[in-house]
Design a protein around this ligand. Sequence first.
Ligand code: G1P
Length: 288
Amino acid sequence: MIRKAVFPAAGFGTRFLPATKASPKEMLPLVDKPLIQHGVEEAKAAGIRDMIIVTGRGKNVIEDHFDVSFELEATLRKKGDGLLLALVQHVTDGADFFYVRQNLPLGLGHAVLRAMAMVGQEPFAVILSDDVIDAEVPVLKQMIAAYEKHSAGAVLAIQKVPREAVSRYGIIRGKRIADRVYRVEDMVEKPKPEAAPSDLAIIGRYILPPSIFPALLATKPGAGGEIQLTDAIRALIGTERVLGYEFEGVRYDAGTKLGFQMANVAFSLKDPDIGPGLLAFLRKEKSP
Ligand code: G1P
């Protein structure tokens, strides 16, 4: 059973400067919820209760967000605004939040390593909240089903990407063993297109065994001089059954300005309150 999810959230969000100068990129709103709340809700929907958020300087507002706001709740209760009260309570319901700091920007692998003591000796999930995925069945839930069905040691979300984009991702080489499922034989972080073993990219959802921690401790800086999660998972391939799972859903790279805006448009169009108005606006904008 997967009970814990780790959310790396210590990055500087440089692509969104100056918006992220004093507020974390994880708090940028996708329609009406911060990006990281979408990730937390996906984890909850997959049956996970413990949310371990790896933060850094200037990220305190994330802790405030996932905390009960007594004054706000009391005010809404007094006003009799049950709908808003439910929305606010939903943020903290059904989960426990734990925080650990990543005090040096040494990479994704290093961020996950910071959660070692809180995760302990059990398998866990990792969610990169700037990979936003619109899916009928939450992606982590799909992955847990594959993890159980195929007795996996690790499951990585994967997706085909255009060849010219492979250098932005971890890329796997694998053998297809079932519908949507690959046995991973090798993987490389941010390869040049000519050196990429395939066009199957790792997207920000992982199920990992606790043996990832000793592997991370032994991982030397890789691509970009950072401790790469991809390199540590690669070291597990001989001893753990590492699977790639081609998830069902549409993924937006909300870590870039364009992807973030596309995610906002797509999610807003689905929103019953603002979707019709936005659609009318977009149609008018497009017409000559
Ligand atoms: C990270 C991982 C990479 C993965 C990507 C998915 O890269 O290192 O393997 O493909 O997330 O979004 P980053 O986006 O942090 O550079």
